[in-house]
Design a protein around this ligand. Structure first.
Ligand SMILES: Cc1cc2nc3c(=O)[nH]c(=O)nc-3n(C[C@H](O)[C@H](O)[C@H](O)COP(=O)(O)O)c2cc1C
Length: 511
């Protein structure tokens, strides 16, 4: 299995969607929380830091370095990244507990674990975070940072007070999205990472993302059944101090958990894609990190439209932004300003501290209603913070079509399409390059959400007809592949003054 094969076999086209025949089996819809049945809950403090730091400031630059990491800061990171922020009851009795970060179909397959060394108020050990009861459960009662550092081939993890590990449970997402779910694992852990990084930076915790590690070792450390749940990314948090002692080998663990549903369907393509993009040894991880990436974007063929400088402050704190965030379910046609768009594109494409380079996905745009920017198709040049015109014209209907015929894609003021040169990426990073492209786009999408809600407008991630997206942006995009889409705009029914209440009132189960 190669990434290209996986990608090609999971593309959406009008024909694939109409002939799929897949129906949702509600009787076996997976339970949205992982519950360790035999481990005592360690409640997290509920008096949380309101994270008053301006959202745009947190997205732009890290706050001054914190001297230590305490339980209250860790609780804030967990709540604002993965906590339950809203409850919605639907006619007929269905209830969905919405979370801090957007997630395809509100299925929430991303799970969060924390390897704790030096966190005031918490014993060293390995913990699972359950957003359902806002509690930790101890999986290992010893400092595992040395083992984590070895498995990630990065000694600094042994010196950081804590490292978060994001995983994904396949069945939670494949239940609805079948084999295409593998892409979603990275989009959705990406939106969560956007929150982790913004909060981590806002609290001065110097978050650093690791995407390369020996998969089998990290999965073993967490006690996962790798046919069903796998580790995706690590985020180190807090100031470096003395390294954790080596600690010797770790026993295997297999704590009992509540079944997700009475039966599960296996999607071999997902497992095969994960195996194909796994790294087997620390030497392989170190070699992988050397992957050389070159931006081969040709010079602009048209005059660039310079965007105004991004706003530095939105006047809305990070905690409030996350609390209010919710995918917009209906956009009106009111325009956004060029400054609002500028701020969002800038925030979405900023680099992060990670073990892999950024700039792996390209940002294309359909502009429907942005003040001072003619409607049309564009390519964003982050270096110049400017738009290169590919075509001018009215593309609302086209954009709705490209977004799997969803009106959101046409009613939005602007729609961001992330595309990647998959073949070049896999040449540079092997099949794991596919994880990187999907993750970078998901992270950028998550930041677009934060920037939008900070500024008082809305956003929604969207899925798409792969081939038609590339065709639409060609010849500029020829040879690239569609990775992810995010729509931006003002909510249809109340606009900027009343964004939260209109979001809740107009929410309905997603397409
Ligand atoms: C990666 C991603 C893709 C999404 N795709 C769609 C989509 O195609 N159509 C749609 O209506 N909503 C889409 N959404 C929005 C989700 O349905 C939404 O995030 C989820 O229901 C949780 O609700 P919330 O974002 O309001 O908290 C997407 C979200 C993400 C993060």
């Amino acid at each position: 299995m190669t990434a290209r094969e996986y990608h090609d076999r999971t593309t959406h086209s009008p024909a694939s969607v109409r002939t799929s025949g897949h129906t949702l089996e509600w009787d076996i819809k997976p339970f949205p929380f992982k519950v360790y049945t035999d481990l005592p809950a360690i409640p997290l403090p509920r008096e949380l830091d309101p994270l008053g730091i301006d959202t745009l400031a947190a997205l732009a630059a890290p706050a001054s370095a914190a001297a230590s990491l305490g339980l209250s800061q860790l609780a804030a990171v967990l709540y604002y990244a993965a906590g339950v922020t809203k409850k919605k009851t639907y006619p007929g009795g269905g209830e969905v507990l919405f979370r801090a970060a957007a997630s395809t179909g509100a299925l929430y397959q991303t799970e969060v674990y924390v390897a704790v060394g030096e966190v005031a108020g918490l014993e060293p050990g390995l913990y699972h975070f359950c957003p359902g009861d806002f509690a930790l459960r101890g999986l290992r009662k010893r400092d595992v940072r040395a083992a984590l550092a070895a498995a990630a081939a990065d000694e600094s993890l042994a010196r950081r007070p804590a490292t978060i590990v994001l995983t994904a449970i396949y069945w939670r997402n494949t239940w609805k999205y079948q084999a295409r779910a593998y892409r979603h694992l990275f989009w959705d852990s990406g939106t969560m990472l956007a929150n982790v990084l913004a909060i981590g930076d806002g609290l001065g915790l110097a978050p650093r993302v690791l995407t390369g590690f020996v998969d089998v070792e990290i999965n073993g450390l967490l006690g996962l059944d790798p046919a069903r749940e796998v580790a995706l990314e690590l985020v180190a948090l807090g100031p470096e101090a003395a390294a954790a002692p080596a600690g010797g080998s770790l026993d295997s663990i297999d704590h009992a958990t509540l079944p997700l549903s009475s039966s599960e369907v296996d999607y071999p393509l997902v497992r095969e894609m994960h195996a194909a993009s796994s790294l087997a040894t620390t030497a392989a991880v170190a070699a992988w990190r050397e992957g050389a990436w070159r931006d081969t974007t040709p010079p602009p063929r048209a005059n660039l439209i310079a965007l105004p400088p991004p706003r530095e402050r939105a006047g809305r704190g990070l905690g409030e932004t996350i609390q209010r965030r919710g995918s917009t379910r209906e956009f009106g046609h009111a325009p956004l300003t060029a400054e609002e768009l500028s701020t969002t594109l800038w925030a979405a494409s900023r680099s992060i501290d990670a073990d892999a380079p950024g700039g792996l996905v390209d940002l294309y745009l359909i502009v429907n209603a942005i003040e001072d920017v003619p409607s049309g198709a564009y390519f964003y040049r982050p270096d110049a913070h400017a738009l290169e015109t590919l075509a001018t014209g009215e593309f609302r209907n086209r954009s709705a079509y490209l977004c799997l015929e969803q009106p959101l894609g046409g009613d939005a003021a602007a729609v961001i399409y992330w595309l990647a040169r998959l073949d070049a990426l896999t040449r540079a990073f092997g099949e794991r390059g596919y994880r990187l492209a999907n993750l970078e786009a998901g992270l950028a999408g998550g930041r677009a959400y934060l920037s939008a809600y900070a500024q008082g407008f809305g956003a929604s991630g969207l899925t798409f007809y792969d081939g038609h997206v590339v065709e639409f942006f060609s010849p500029h995009a020829a040879g690239k592949h569609a990775i992810f889409v995010t729509a931006l705009g003002r909510s249809g029914v109340g606009g900027r003054a009343n964004i939260q209440s209109t979001l809740i009132a107009s929410r309905r189960p997603s397409a």
